[in-house]
Design a protein around this ligand. Sequence first.
Ligand code: SAM
Length: 294
Amino acid sequence: MDLHSKSTIEAIKAEHNFRLSKSLGQNFITDRGVIEDIVAGCDIGPDDLVIEIGPGIGVLTDAAAEQASQVVAIEIDDKLIPILSQTLAHRDNVRIVHSDVLKTDINEIIREEREAGTFGGNVKILGNLPYYITTPIIMKLLEDGVEAESITIMMQKEVADRIKAAPGSKTYGALSVAVQYYCEIELVTSVPKEVFVPRPKVDSSVLKLTLREEKPVSVQDEKVFFACVRGGFGQRRKTLLNSITGVCGLTKSDARGVLEAAGIDPVRRAETLDMEEFARIANAVYEQETDNNG
Ligand code: SAM
């Protein structure tokens, strides 16, 4: 069965009385070349475990299962579960988990698969993400410390651009700093909207996020670091002195002292700071908190 063909999608819809759900971000890929590019970008070895987010009718799942030792696909839509059992019936190395990825403990799934001996290699995350929750999914994976080597995901081009953005650019923000802190980022491919059914309004990009073994900057406390990043960008047009006042309870005079200790001009704006400068501010905030707490 050619799962990427429009006629197969239509036949499945008719047979199962299935309707694509806009609210679940169901835009299915209908291009073999795009599927091959995504799976190649994921770099799956024969001993690897692939965890897929949002399999749909199983088009990427099938291609990943061809190369991996085991694939676990997490799908929220109960109507797709019987469809997946049918479209992937020829695969004995696929497990479908019927759940909301935002409420799923992926490290627990990895542990279960390891204990069951279904793979001996690396763990790769893969998915054509539902666009309405792309950022929460990425941040959950990173903040939960997912025990994977890489995350290869399709998303709206605009979100990919924000993730890749460098200091000084309009799209540089808290998401750029967060993802760049945890991962090395590579553009796998750009995908035009025409290859999806139904066709979304925007083009897409596939990024490969490789989890770093060592973080690019040294921070005393990650919570303080991310509070400073979020605080700084929370009020983009304000000077740093104003935008970090209130972060971790800093008074304006504390904020002035922190910026001085970090060697950062208080009239600069967050979008001009690189990650090392955010780390200097966060470490100064941490020192200040430690001093205040005696
Ligand atoms: N992988 C398929 C493809 O590329 O053609 C489908 C991708 S479609 C963009 C997103 C998929 O994610 C849909 O199957 C949708 O039902 C599923 N999904 C949406 N929200 C989800 C959630 N919170 N947890 C798990 N899956 C979800």
